[in-house]
Ligand binder design. Structure first.
Ligand code: ADP
Length: 267
């Protein structure tokens, strides 16, 4: 078994907007997911030191119910318990479908819910134990974690986003490459879905000004503004950090391989 220091780790976020249809409750995007899995497999097959860790978002399996029951605000009344239970169940259903799709694509995926790695207090990660994840990666398994409804020391429960998990896993794993797949070509000067006068930012540094009007109908975890924070932290621990459109064939593969691709690179 290789130590993680000898390995070339790719940390990949499959955004909720890629693996689900965000506008329709519990709709899994199997076709996109299967294609992304085959792009990942081709990358992994190119070098036996390559390893991957996957994090996925909730999309329409997480945000719609979490928002209705205000799970991210913590425990307020008994009526939320049903919502918490539903989000936990639905996220496990989505995770199981993603793991299954990876296994069908001949990748040894294993589910790793965030509570097996992180302790949360007041919506923040206060303790990380990534040892089991490291053992799995060294052995060649592909851990698949996800944004989830989690127990929270101060608030009883809260929501931990996939982007926050990416931030903390990049700290732990120091990946060679970190890729965030979402449903637009990268980070734009402002939300590309809400205006025409927007430009894709090829190289994004923290001094750049980016407007991020998130669609709160579909997002309980801060959308692009939370993602930007995660991107900058990730980039300080990763060899390369890139945002690509996961709906466009080949972009994930090219980003993983370091090829020229339409994307935003974090510098
Ligand atoms: P995911 O669920 O795939 O992780 P999010 O929905 O959280 O992704 O974030 C992606 C969305 O952020 C895009 O669909 C886009 O509408 C929105 N967005 C807001 N501001 C920006 C921006 N400046 N650049 C790119 N996308 C933005």
């Amino acid at each position: 078994m290789k130590s993680t220091a000898d390995l070339r780790i790719a940390l990949v976020k499959l955004g909720g907007s890629v693996v689900t249809d965000k506008t329709s409750l519990r709709s899994f995007s199997r076709t996109h997911t299967a294609r992304l899995v085959s792009e990942l497999r081709r990358f992994l097959e190119g070098d036996d030191r390559r390893r991957a860790v996957i994090v996925h978002g909730g999309g329409s399996f997480g945000h719609i119910v979490a928002r209705r029951y205000r799970i991210a605000e913590g425990f307020r009344d008994q009526r939320q318990l049903r919502g918490f239970s539903v989000v936990r169940r639905d996220m496990r259903m989505l995770n199981a479908m993603i793991v299954e799709t990876m296994m069908s694509g001949k990748l040894p995926a294993i589910s790793m819910p965030p509570e097996s790695i992180f302790r949360i207090d007041m919506g923040r990660i206060v303790h990380t134990d990534a040892e089991p994840l490291r053992y799995a990666v060294s052995a060649g398994l592909i851990p698949v974690s996800f944004g989830d409804a989690v127990m929270d020391a101060g608030r009883t429960f809260s929501i931990l986003s996939g982007d926050t998990i990416m931030e903390f896993l990049s700290r732990e794993l120091k990946p060679e490459v970190t890729v965030f797949c979402t449903d637009v070509d990268g980070v734009f000067t402002s939300n590309p879905k809400h205006g025409s006068n927007v430009e894709l930012i090829d190289e994004l540094s923290s001094s750049e000004s980016v407007s991020t009007d998130n669609d709160s109908r579909f997002d309980v975890t801060g959308g692009m503004s939370r993602k930007l924070e995660a991107l900058f932290v990730s980039s300080s621990f990763s060899g390369r950090t890139v945002v690509v459109n996961g709906l466009r064939p080949g972009r994930l593969r090219d980003a993983l391989l370091g090829k020229k691709v339409i994307c935003t690179r974090i510098v």
